[in-house]
Design a protein around this ligand. Structure first.
Ligand SMILES: NC(=O)c1ccc[n+]([C@@H]2O[C@H](COP(=O)([O-])OP(=O)(O)OC[C@H]3O[C@@H](n4cnc5c(N)ncnc54)[C@H](O)[C@@H]3O)[C@@H](O)[C@H]2O)c1
Length: 332
């Protein structure tokens, strides 16, 4: 089985490439290297013994995509490529709609042309928007109360994929809604390396620990949670990568949707303290006001993925911290 990973040199794509190669799948990667480095391919080779074929192609380059698919003979596409900086998406919404939505339209057009009709899409818990409930299940309403254009692009792409699968019954679509990916490969060779100013907790913790950011801001300590700080569902990126392997092994015509999360929520202060414990380093932080739109607790109900894909997470927050610190040490 030959699988194309769009955005495969990125954080989640590269970890998924490793798990797929380990299980004997033939993996090829396309990426425009906007938010990743070509050297990731060497690290994948060190870990697996296989260097995936790589194509520097932009999803907005229709000709490039056409050439790729005319020669590729792919069975499945796992579609990671996209811009993901929430803050930037508020400032430059059209860039996000063009790249994420426009890029996916180009991809689906070329897939249909070359009769590649299996696609796994990297969606996000952000599609649930603001809900009264904190435990998210797949059948909950999506698309209402999404607070940024990045999240809107994920919702629009989900709807587009449903329409495509409705119009062409040969399509097999799996939508994976990730919760908060953290951690790195246990080798310390690959991990998250954002080019931009991050606004997710873990990349900020990493940058505070290396001194690139002076201090961590904790947005609110008066929520109704274990310690007053916001709680989220943090999933180790290797567990997440394995979720993709399970997903491609259970595809069928129509649309399948799964939450990929742990089912547990961890607070900001618990995350800080877990990092401090593993690293032996103090992380300077200050409590500031709540951010508009932030909810107290959000976590996945991951039962559907367990029942239908036989997948569940195995790794812990401590594993994620240990692997992140190992990655940071190896990188420096
Ligand atoms: N990391 C998270 O917290 C998170 C959470 C939920 C969903 N997601 C989604 O998962 C996917 C992968 O995320 P990630 O954390 O690995 O991000 P990443 O930025 O590390 O990887 C995305 C890759 O896509 C590439 N890319 C972007 N636009 C492209 C284009 N037009 N053409 C070709 N390549 C392009 C980038 O260069 C990058 O290598 C994204 O779609 C993201 O929105 C991520």
């Amino acid at each position: 089985m030959k699988i194309l990973l769009t955005g495969g040199t990125g954080y989640i794509g590269s970890h998924t490439a490793i798990e797929l190669i380990k299980r004997g799948y033939e993996v090829e990667i396309m990426d425009n290297l906007f938010n990743s480095k070509i050297t990731v391919l060497d690290e994948i080779e060190k870990i697996t013994g296989v260097k995936p074929k790589f194509y520097k192609v932009d999803l907005l380059d229709k000709e490039g995509l056409n050439k790729l698919f005319s020669e590729g003979n792919y069975d499945i596409v796992i579609h990671f490529a996209g811009l993901k900086a929430v803050g930037e998406s508020v400032e430059k919404p059209l860039k996000y709609y063009e790249n994420n939505v426009g890029g996916t339209i180009n991809l689906l057009e070329v897939m249909s042309k070359y009769n590649v009709k299996k696609i796994v899409f990297s969606s996000s818990a952000t599609v649930y928007g603001e809900q009264a409930k904190t435990e998210m299940t797949e059948e909950m309403q999506t698309g209402v109360g999404i607070t940024n254009p990045y999240g809107e692009t994920k919702h629009i792409i989900e709807e587009m994929l449903k329409d495509v699968a409705e119009a062409d019954k040969d399509y097999e679509v799996t939508i994976l809604r990730y919760f908060n990916p953290v951690g790195a490969h246990e080798s310390g060779l690959i991990g998250e390396d954002p080019n931009d100013i991050p606004n997710n907790l873990m990349p900020i913790i990493m940058k505070v620990s290396t001194g690139e950011i002076a201090e961590l801001s904790v947005y609110g300590d008066d929520y109704d949670t274990v310690d007053g700080t916001g709680m989220r569902d943090y999933i180790h990126v290797v567990d997440l990568a394995e979720g993709h392997v399970a997903a491609i092994e259970h595809m069928k015509p129509g649309v399948l949707i799964y939450n990929l999360g742990t089912g547990k929520a961890t607070s900001v202060l618990e995350m800080i303290s877990a990092f401090e414990k593993e690293s032996g380093k103090k992380l300077p932080y200050k409590i500031v006001g709540r951010r508009p739109g932030d909810l107290a607790i959000i976590f996945a109900n991951p039962e559907k993925a367990f029942k239908e894909l036989g997948w569940k997470t195995k790794l812990t927050i401590e594993d994620a911290m240990r692997d992140t610190i190992n990655y940071l040490n190896k990188r420096s």
